[in-house]
Each structure stands twice: as structure tokens, then as C-alpha cells.
Design a protein around this ligand. Structure first.
Ligand SMILES: [Fe+2]
Length: 261
């Protein structure tokens, strides 16, 4: 049986259930995306959240998220983003809060979770210790592997966003050259769908469960594409299939604010 993973990212929740960011009530849009993701008749193996979970970094926001994830009764794995408080994440998400380098084995695949956030910065970085642990892990176990982190490790051709990726992302993608069993690097942060290849390794960015950024834009710009998630199907032979799924209609449209949020 293949593994079916649901990646939800950049929830930007608030402690207050009515909290909005750029005109989107982020708790409502998250719940709508989660419901859509879980509505498929295909059995889900695990839910992965790749950062920017609670925008106001409140205990009540993480408590709500922990309860929502436990209600799915599915294994769930979370890494933090630049809008996250790692202590509160651990306190309320328990063993689902992962990093700096964490391995979870699932039916013959290795899922590796990396913390790429740097306190006080929007951009990301991977430490020499993390990269060396990752290299050892890939050398020791040749099972097909997918890596999940918050920040994008390669440019996505959006100048403002490319100032805040993983600043040493090339060291991460270089692992694909040395370890052909590394099949995918999957991230959030960019609030848009993105698909590239580094050799045979898929480099995948995913839409946010709330508002989206305009692909290819030099400056900060909002896109009206609806909230969504990414689905990954991992096969026993190391093959991988993936697609982005969005809500068909979502009542709230994001505010086209200029300059940032
Ligand atoms: Fe975000």
C-alpha cells in the first residue's frame, strides 16, 4: 500500500477564533482545508504541518491546533516556521513538534523533519550540526526519504521572497546528488505551489491554508488563489506522486495590502 501524506502549511492561526490576517479568518480557512483534505476516500497515513502555525504565538492558538490535530486521530508531524514559538509548540503539540533533525519511519520510507527557523529572522538557515546529522542519517539508511522543513532551499523566482529562503539551501540540495534515495524536499513559507527538480529529487512548495502570495512577483503581492494543501503519495519502490488541492470556493478574499503584512 502506498503512503498518503497531507501537507498543510502556513496556517497563521490566532489564539482568538475570529483572528484575521489580510482579511482571512485563518482558523476558518484552516478548518475548511483540513476538512477537504480528510474527505477523500483514500486512507490518510499522516498529516504534516510545515510551519507558521500560530501567527500570534499564543498558548491558546497552539492549544486549539493540538486539539484539532488530535481529533483527526491520524499521526501528525509539525515543524516550526518564522512565525512560531518552539517552546509553546512543544508544550501543546507534544511529540508531534519536531526538530532540529527528526526521523520518523513510515512503511519503508524515511520522513525527515528539519527546523530551519532562526529566532528573530524571517529567513532560514541549517546549522553545520543539522547538515552533518542529516548526511549521517542518509548514509546509514538507504530507504527512500522525503525531507520536510519550513523555508525554501532554492530560489522560487520571486525576488522579495528569495531574500528569505534557507540561506545555505544549496548545501541541502547538494545532498540529492550524493544520495539518490533522497526523493523529495518539501516546504511551506512561500504561500504558493512550486515544483522543481534537483536531479531526480522533487523540490516542492505548497499553498497556505489562508492567503497566497503572487508567484513570480518581484515585490510583496497577494494572489486570489484559494486556500489549499498538498497531497503526497509515496510508493514502496521509491516513486512519488503529488498534487496541490484547493478549496473550490472560499467566501473571504484576501486584502491586497502593499508592502507586507
Ligand atoms: Fe507563512
Amino acid at each position: 500500500m502506498p503512503i498518503r501524506l497531507l501537507q498543510l502549511t502556513d496556517l497563521h492561526l490566532f489564539g482568538d477564533s475570529t483572528g484575521q490576517l489580510l482579511g482571512i479568518t485563518t482558523r476558518d480557512s484552516f478548518e475548511a482545508v483540513l476538512e477537504l483534505a480528510l474527505s477523500s476516500s483514500t486512507e490518510t497515513s499522516a498529516v504534516i504541518l510545515s510551519g507558521d502555525l500560530v501567527h500570534d504565538e499564543t498558548a491558546s492558538g497552539y492549544r486549539y491546533l493540538g486539539e484539532a490535530l488530535r481529533r483527526t486521530q491520524l499521526p501528525h508531524y509539525c515543524v516550526g516556521g518564522n512565525h512560531d514559538n518552539l517552546e509553546l509548540m512543544s508544550a501543546h503539540l507534544g511529540s508531534a513538534a519536531l526538530g532540529p533533525v527528526a526521523l520518523r519511519r513510515l512503511q519503508g520510507w524515511n520522513l525527515v523533519f528539519l527546523s530551519s527557523s532562526v529566532p528573530g529572522q524571517d529567513g532560514g538557515h541549517l546549522s553545520a550540526v543539522q547538515l552533518s546529522q542529516l548526511e549521517s542519517l542518509l548514509e546509514e539508511n538507504r530507504a527512500p526519504t522525503a525531507i520536510f522543513l519550513h523555508h525554501h532551499p532554492i530560489p522560487i523566482h520571486s525576488a522579495w521572497m528569495d531574500t528569505m529562503g534557507v540561506d545555505n539551501g544549496a548545501e541541502l540540495t547538494a545532498l540529492c546528488d550524493r544520495h539518490p534515495h533522497l526523493k523529495a524536499i518539501v516546504f511551506g513559507h512561500i504561500h504558493q505551489a512550486f515544483h522543481a527538480k534537483h536531479g531526480e529529487c522533487a523540490i516542492l512548495g505548497s499553498p497556505s491554508t489562508c492567503f497566497q502570495f503572487l508567484p513570480g512577483s518581484r515585490d510583496f503581492a497577494i494572489d486570489d488563489s484559494p486556500p489549499g494543501y498538498r497531497e503526497l503519495t509515496l510508493y514502496p519502490d521509491g516513486a512519488l506522486a503529488t498534487k496541490v488541492v484547493r478549496l473550490q470556493h472560499y467566501a473571504e478574499l484576501p486584502l491586497h495590502q502593499v508592502g507586507g503584512y
